[in-house]
Write a protein that binds this ligand. Structure first.
Ligand code: 8OZ
Length: 363
C-alpha cells in the first residue's frame, strides 16, 4: 500500500508513530567493558521520536567484538547498562530494538578473549585494519571454525537474545550484513568450507537460519528483524551470485514470520548502484515489512514509500547530527551538519550535544 513517512505503521505487536527508523550506528562510546552508561541513555532518549530506534551493533560474546569501545550484551553489567537505555527511551515515548552482532574475521587479537585469533568460516584474511584500543592495526588471518564449534556460537546468539529481553528491549535485529560473521558464512568469497555450512547456497545460508531459529524461539518472529547488505563490498566481502543467494535466504527466512527485513541498498554508506541488484525482488519475496536503508533523503524516502517499494526507511548519519530528525523532516527545517571527527570514540562532544530545533531557536 502506498504511504508516506509520517503515517503510522504496524510492526509485529508494535505501533510505530511514523516510518522513520534510526539505523544502527556504531559510535564506540561504551568503554573497554562495553557497558552503556548515562551518556548513552541520554543519546538514545534524545532520538526517541523515531518511529523505531535500532540500537548500535552489540557483540553477543567477547569473541564477537571487533572494534574498541563497542557495547556487549553478554554479561550482567552490560544488561544493567542497556536497561538504563531502554527505560530512558520508553519514558520518552519511544521504541528500541537491539542489533545482535558477531564480527567474525573483522577483528584483532587485542580485542579477543585471551588474545586469541578472530574466528571465521574459513581462514581468509580480510583487507583492511581493525580499530583497536591502540589505534588501527591490520586484520590477522582468522582461524576457521570447526564444525562442532558452530552450535556454541548459535547458543551465544540465543543467550544474547535472552539478555536483550531482560534489558527491556522491544525486539532484536540480527546483523547479517556488512561482511561480519553471518555474511562471511553467506558469501563464497569468505566461505570456502566443505562441511554442511559451505559450498551450496543452501549450505552457506544454514548458519543464518540456525541463528534466526534460536533468536525467534526467544522473542517470537514478530519481534525480530534481519539486516542484510546483498550488494555491499563492506569489509572485503563479495559473492559470485548475490541475487540467487539472497533470494534464497529471504525465501527461507519467511518460515520464521519475521517483523522486518532491513536492507542496505548498495555499498554501505556509499553509492547505491555499486553492482546491479534487484532489491524490489527481495521486497516482493519477503512476507514481513521491508525496511530500506542507505543514503535516503526526504525526497527519495517519500518517493519510495509512495511507489510502494518499501514500508519503512532507516536513516543513519542524519540521526547522528539531528536528534529531532523526525520533526525536521516533517517541517522541512534545515538539518544540522555532521561532524566526522567525532563519529567514533570520544565523549559527549559530537554525541549528545547536537541541538534540537527549540534549543537552536533559543540560542
Ligand atoms: C562503522 C564502523 C564500525 C562498525 C557496520 C557495525 O558496518 C558496523 C560498523 C560501521 O555494520
Amino acid at each position: 500500500m502506498s504511504t508516506d513517512l509520517f503515517q503510522p505503521a504496524r510492526l509485529g505487536p508494535l505501533t510505530l508513530p511514523n516510518r522513520i527508523v534510526m539505523a544502527p550506528l556504531t559510535r564506540s562510546r561504551t568503554g573497554s567493558r562495553g557497558i552503556p552508561g548515562a551518556m548513552n541513555a541520554e543519546y538514545y532518549r534524545q532520538r526517541a521520536s523515531a518511529g523505531l530506534i535500532i540500537a548500535e551493533a552489540t557483540q553477543i560474546s567477547g569473541q564477537g567484538q571487533g572494534y574498541a569501545y563497542t557495547p556487549g550484551i553478554h554479561d550482567e553489567a552490560q544488561v544493567e547498562g542497556w536497561r538504563r537505555v531502554t527505560e530512558a527511551v520508553h519514558q520518552a515515548g519511544g521504541r528500541i530494538v537491539l542489533q545482535l552482532w558477531h564480527v567474525g574475521r573483522i577483528s584483532h587479537e587485542s580485542l579477543q578473549p585471551g588474545g586469541a585469533l578472530p574466528v571465521a568460516p574459513s581462514a581468509v584474511r580480510p583487507e583492511g585494519q581493525a580499530f583497536t584500543e591502540a589505534g588501527f592495526q591490520p586484520h590477522p588471518t582468522p582461524r576457521a571454525l570447526e564444525t562442532d564449534e558452530i552450535p556454541g556460537i548459535v547458543a551465544d546468539y540465543r543467550r544474547a537474545a535472552e539478555n536483550a529481553k531482560r534489558a527491556g528491549f522491544d525486539g532484536v535485529e540480527i546483523h547479517a550484513a556488512n561482511g561480519y560473521l553471518i555474511d562471511q558464512f553467506l558469501r563464497d568469497k569468505t566461505n570456502r568450507r566443505t562441511d554442511r555450512y559451505g559450498g551450496s547456497i543452501e549450505n552457506r545460508t544454514r548458519f543464518l537460519l540456525e541463528v534466526t531459529e534460536a533468536v525467534t524461539q526467544v522473542w517470537g518472529g514478530d519481534r525480530v528483524g534481519v539486516r542484510i547488505s546483498p550488494a555491499s563490498p563492506a569489509n572485503d566481502i563479495a559473492d559470485s551470485n548475490p541475487q540467487a543467494l539472497f533470494g534464497y535466504a529471504v525465501e527461507q527466512l519467511n518460515r520464521f514470520g519475521l517483523a522486518y527485513l532491513h536492507v542496505v541498498e548498495g555499498a554501505t554508506g556509499g553509492p547505491r548502484d555499486v553492482i546491479p541488484f534487484d532489491f524490489l525482488a527481495l521486497r516482493r519475496a519477503f512476507n514481513g515489512a521491508y525496511m530500506a536503508n542507505n543514503g535516503y533523503d526526504l525526497a527519495l524516502a517519500q518517493q519510495v514509500l509512495r511507489e510502494d517499494r518499501a514500508d519503512l526507511i532507516a536513516f543513519g548519519r542524519p540521526f547522528i547530527a539531528n536528534p529531532d530528525l523526525v520533526e525536521r523532516l516533517r517541517t522541512g527545517a534545515p538539518l544540522n551538519e555532521l561532524d566526522r571527527n567525532t563519529l567514533y570514540g570520544g565523549d559527549a562532544k559530537g554525541y549528545i550535544d547536537y541541538p534540537a530545533l527549540q534549543r537552536q531557536a533559543a540560542e
